[in-house]
Every structure is written in structure tokens, then in C-alpha cells.
Write a protein that binds this ligand. Sequence first.
Ligand SMILES: [Zn+2]
Length: 465
Amino acid sequence: MRTLISNGTVVGADGSQAADVLIDGETIAAIGTDLAAAGMTADETIDASGKWVIPGAIDVHTHMELPFGGTFAKDTFETGTRAAAFGGTTTIVDFAVQSRGKSLRDGLDTWHAKAEGNAVADYGFHMIMSDVNDDTLREMDGLVDEGVPDFKLFTAYPGVFYSDDGAIFRAMQQTAKNGGLIMMHAENGMAIDVVAAQTVEAGTTDPIGHGLARKAVFEGEATNRVIRLAEAAGVPVYIVHLSASDALAEVRHARDRGSKAFAETCPQYLFLSLDDLGHGFEGAKFVCSPPLRPKETWDDLWQGLVKDDLQVVSTDHCPFDFHGQKDLGRGDFRKVPNGLPGVEDRVDLMHDGGVVGGRITKERWVDILSTAPAKLFGMYPQKGAVAVGSDADIVVYDPNRKRTISAKSHHMDVDYSCYEGRQVQGGSDVVLSRGTVIVRDGQFTGRKGAGKFVKRRAADYARMS
Ligand SMILES: [Zn+2]
């Protein structure tokens, strides 16, 4: 099967050009002007006049079917990757979880079983480490070899995912040897739990208490601490879902002094704010950790993206229904399952707020959503580029189409949208996963189980730049 995408503008992280793209089977075979006139034939031609041709977006932070707070994140690998595809995202990297007392292998096998035969587009895994001991440290090396080269640890959630500084440091030392990357959820969970208990005792039980207790300074402190530990271990570190100006300042200082510190933020920290956590229990729809911050933070985070102190925007997609799941926390905000739906909306929100909003170029938009995550997470140039030889994960993007985000029309398996009623400019017209059209004009044309596991390399890019 050969497909020709004609007359579009190919937008890449390094520049844009008017060009046709020829796909042969699952990969990109040729890029150039007037490929048809040059005698190249195809079984199907997609007219991309007036459209952008971009590499499929990559979301390196999702939680499909994550067990959390006595329930499960609702999207499965099938519904989650399908919703992602509608929004122009053709690869996700999800977090497999090591349960306390069990092996990393056990956790990874569980996540493979959830995804295999279900995902409609490609997926990889990072590994969440709940125990750091001689056995799990040894297992890390094996996971790097089998294409799962990143390990996430937490300074938050005491009693659940929390690791102390010694455990974090030992894991970092191991990645200094095996080439892996440590990803950190950096909030001071010990201090947060003290303030959260005091907040409830003082009578604030609604979700706003979640935002007030998880102070920005606690994120800044933990961010500095884990970066310093990584410096001592001589390894790069990647801060997940950075939300606060305090934390961004720590990343910026670290990068200025030459530290290999990397960080992502998420759309919710660029478009939503602490105000959304108000309105009584309605605020539960917006409970995630770190929490939404004051609006004043938005400009700082955009600056971070412009100046490359933040390299990636991912979603931390972790959806819980408002009715039946979020309401576990009625009367005590500490019991609201933490997480927001978002895998479907990232590309359009970032286009609307970033490119249409005049904050970033369309090339930087592609970089943040696809190319930089592919490089940092060992998938480039198989993913993250429209280039000869790359997987034909391609989105034909209409930068002018307008749509209104709503739970009534989204494809995520969750009963509300954080962006209900918001109009965005830009939308994915045709989405291809390894050469197969999986979404066309709002219709799903893909197949459950077509997604494949992406075996990733250890992140040499993180070590060099
Ligand atoms: Zn997460």
C-alpha cells in the first residue's frame, strides 16, 4: 500500500517546506515537490492543500487503567489510544507500576497485558518503582535492554509511591551505569501531608484545600533536591508535570550551571488555574498533583517553553468520572482520586494557545509535542519526524478549523471535560499510524490491537545536550 500526501506544508521542529510525502507500507519513502509529476505512484492520494503535515504527536505521560485511590483510571489502552488518535497523538508512553513487594517484571508484564491486542496506536512504557532494593536495582538493567529505559520515582504520596532520598539516589546511581533515565514526581509529600491534615482539621474539606495544601514551595524544594541528587550521581533527570514557578526557577538555575535537568509541563498548568478548584465540590474535576496554580504562573511556563527550560508538554492523562469516582472525596479532598483527562486535547490546546496565541512558532509546537519527546525518550527518528525512513505516523492538520471542546463530543471514556465549552482553533483531519489511516474527518478507521510496543533506546540525547 502506497499513500501520497500531496500539496501540504511539512512542518518539522527545524523548519517547514511545501512538499509531498510518499508512504510505502509503514514508513515514509520520499519527501519532495511534485512527487506525482516525478513519476511516483500511489494507491491513495490525500490532498493536504492548505494543511500542515506533521509527525504524529507523542504523549510521554499517560496512565491508562492506573489503580489509584481505591479505583482505576477509566480509559483502557483501547479507548485511551483511540481518543489520543482523534487528537493527533499516535504514540503514548504509559507508566507500568511495580506494586510494593513485587518485581518490576511483574508490573511490566501486567501493563503489557493491558496494552497488547487493545491499543489502536503505538505505545511504550516507563516503569514506576515503588521499592528500591538490590533485586529491583538489578532488574532495572534488564528493563533498559528490553526497551523500557526510564524509571519514575516519587518524593510525593508517602505510603504509596513515595521513595526517600537514599532510595532515589541509589536508583540514580544505577542509571549512571545502565544508561537509563530517572523521571521524578517532585513535590515534598511529607510536608504536604502535614499541611493537608491541618487544612482538613481547620474545616476546609472541599477540593480547594488540595490546591492550598500542596504549596508551590514544596514543589520547588523537591525539584531542587532531586536535581542536586542527580548531579551528585552524575546522571540526567527529567521532572514530570512541572507546574510551579518555584520549580521552573530550580530547573532554569540547574540548566544554567550545566546540569542535565529536563522537564515537561502539561496543558492543565497552561490553561487552567487554582480558581478552577473552587466552586465547592465541582473543583474535584480539577484535582491533580501537582495542583493547578494561580493564573500568574501561566506566563512563566510559556516562557519556559520558549527558552527550552521546559522541553516537552505531555498530559498526565489519568481520567476519573466525576460521578462515581471523583466523589470518593466528598467531605475530604485528600480522598479525591488525583488525575485529569487530557490525552485528546493537548495538540489542539497547544496549537490554539501557543501558535494562534503568538507564543510559540508552529515548528516549536511540533518540537514540544513530538520531536523533543522522541529524542529524550529514545524513539528518534523512528518517531517524532516526517523524514525518509521514519514510521509513517503523520497528521494532516488543519490550522484554521475551529471546534468546541465538550464531554458530549470527546472520545475519552470520562463523563466530563476540564475544557467544557472552550473554543480552540486547529484540528487533526487525517491521522496515520505506521501508514494506516486511523482517523479521517472525525471517524475512526483504525483497529483495536493494531498498536505495537515501541522498544526504546536509553536516552543518549539526554546525556549529550
Ligand atoms: Zn502521572
